[in-house]
Design a protein around this ligand. Structure first.
Ligand SMILES: *[C@@H]1O[C@H](CO)[C@@H](O)[C@H](O)[C@H]1NC(C)=O
Ligand SMILES: *[C@@H]1O[C@H](CO)[C@@H](O)[C@H](O)[C@H]1NC(C)=O
Ligand SMILES: *[C@@H]1O[C@H](CO)[C@@H](O)[C@H](O)[C@H]1NC(C)=O
Ligand SMILES: *[C@@H]1O[C@H](CO)[C@@H](O)[C@H](O)[C@H]1NC(C)=O
Ligand SMILES: *[C@@H]1O[C@H](CO)[C@@H](O)[C@H](O)[C@H]1NC(C)=O
Length: 418
């Protein structure tokens, strides 16, 4: 019967990702898909993580509050928590039909009569959980206006990049209250990037210019795929990486599954805020701005590194500063949480498919056997894509790792201090 319901679900509800039986994974997927650019337009990096952390906070709260109830009760409670948290975060948008469809699609597989007393109680637990998180996050600074003024276009200073927004994205994201009462986010700030007149900087510019350009002849086909493979939203991608590591091991352990995904998404969100703090602290220019600069010979050796027509493989360059790479920060954070889940071991067996929309590349599937390598490849992907300097990647991974480990330390005591 359960299989019949699942088959029907797959046939009747193409809008919903396949349901593995792990209700938490289902809602991680659904909330990712709902903001993937189709329904409400894509989200800036820190906001995409903020949102998923809110959904997973509500899910974990509902799971904890329904501990000891039947599996179906817990699944229904979690589903309403996720649904309401999603709608709270985006209640001014056209997301209702899709969010309702995602809930409607999974109820038959849960199998609890929603009009029975148990069903009604589960729904109330879920709704209360979402409301509690919404109240706690109502004034978390994400809505505040923070202005940005461009600094003079001297070497190293951020300027608008071709095809990007007139102003850099979400300056307020560095002030969002972190999850799990992490405290002052500035203590995770990366050390300054190398000076633009250093030999190290010159090496970095020449590297990105050669390997990151659209028509690079130095970059291998595999490395081009590396840039493509990791290009999607990191929050979506690393949650899918987590599904591959966890599999269906926690499908009947709703509290454990909810705890793991809350840890992962809190760490991602906090990492996003820390990355933004570093970006705005140093306000560093992107490779495309450095390479297209023809005004002067600014590198250490005095040679001409400019190419006014240079175009990166990944385009447009995202609308915010180079240092640090948030993609890399997310990867460092996710790897740290997965390593903790793994009992400290770096070894995993993960198979991941990324459906690449740029340049009509289509789906790429890769396998990973260790987390450190995956996080470093993710960081390298942004350099091979021509949108980050290598030092922005390595520093980003380190920031993400530190933030995630601090978030995990705080989690058990403070997870519900949103
Ligand atoms: C976004 O989600 C929708 C609905 O689940 C799906 O049809 C679409 O393929 C997704 N698009 C991307 C780019 O992931
Ligand atoms: C669901 O519960 C309601 C209220 O107890 C009951 O009237 C209804 O018959 C139940 N539906 C099913 C399919 O069991
Ligand atoms: C890159 O190659 C494509 C196709 O060969 C060409 O149309 C394009 O002008 C090139 N772009 C640059 C920046 O060289
Ligand atoms: C990949 O995305 C494209 C464009 O959204 C879509 O047409 C295609 O069906 C997707 N492929 C897979 C395997 O999901
Ligand atoms: C991770 O992979 C790298 C490269 O494949 C390898 O050198 C390293 O030993 C691996 N570490 C573990 C713990 O598997």
């Amino acid at each position: 019967m359960r299989y019949l319901v699942l088959a029907l679900l797959a046939a009747l509800a193409p809008a919903s990702a396949a349901y593995s039986g792990d209700i938490v994974q289902y809602w991680v997927e659904q909330s990712g898909a709902l903001v993937n650019g189709t329904t409400i337009g894509s989200l800036q990096s820190p906001v995409s993580a903020w949102y998923q952390a809110i959904v997973q906070a509500a899910v974990y709260e509902a799971a904890v509050k329904s501990r000891g109830e039947s599996l179906a009760f817990q699944q229904l409670a979690v589903s309403h928590a996720a649904h309401n948290a999603i709608l709270w975060a985006f209640h001014g948008t056209r997301i209702y039909n899709a969010a309702d469809a995602a809930l409607r699609a999974v109820v038959p597989a849960i199998g609890l009569n929603v009009t029975s007393n148990d069903g009604k109680e589960a729904i109330r637990v879920g709704q209360d959980a979402a409301a509690k998180v919404a109240r706690a996050r109502a004034a978390d600074n994400i809505a505040n206006f923070i202005d940005y003024v461009f600094a003079p276009a001297t070497p190293g200073v951020y300027q608008q990049t071709p095809g990007s927004n007139p102003l850099p994205d979400v300056p307020q994201a560095r002030f969002i209250a972190p999850f799990a009462a992490l405290g002052d986010i500035t203590r995770f700030r990366a050390p300054p990037p190398p000076k633009t007149n250093s030999a190290e900087y010159e090496t970095a510019v020449l590297y990105v210019k050669e390997y990151g350009s659209l028509n690079s002849t130095a970059r291998t086909a595999y490395d081009t795929d590396t840039a493509y493979f990791w290009r999607e939203s990191s929050v979506t991608g690393w949650n899918r990486f987590a599904h591959s590591v966890v599999g269906i091991a926690l499908a009947t352990e709703v509290v454990e599954s909810a705890k793991f995904y809350a840890q992962l998404n809190y760490a991602l969100a906090n990492a996003g805020f820390a990355s933004w703090d570093t970006k705005y602290a140093y306000n560093s220019w992107r490779p495309v701005t450095a390479i297209q600069r023809t005004a002067d010979r600014w590198v250490a050796s005095g040679r001409d590194v400019s190419d006014a027509a240079w175009v990166p493989l990944l385009r447009p360059t995202p609308s915010h500063q180079d240092y640090v790479s948030t993609h890399s920060t997310f990867g460092g954070a996710a790897a740290a949480v997965l390593r903790a889940y793994n009992g400290g071991s770096d070894a995993v067996r993960a198979t991941l498919t990324s459906n690449v929309t740029i340049d009509a590349r289509g789906p790429i599937t890769r396998q990973y056997s260790n987390l450190t390598v995956a996080a470093l490849e993710n960081a390298a992907s942004r350099v091979l894509g021509g949108i980050h300097f290598p030092f922005a990647g390595s520093a980003g991974v380190a920031v993400g790792d530190a933030v995630a480990r601090a978030t995990l330390k705080k989690f058990d005591e403070h997870w519900d201090e949103f």
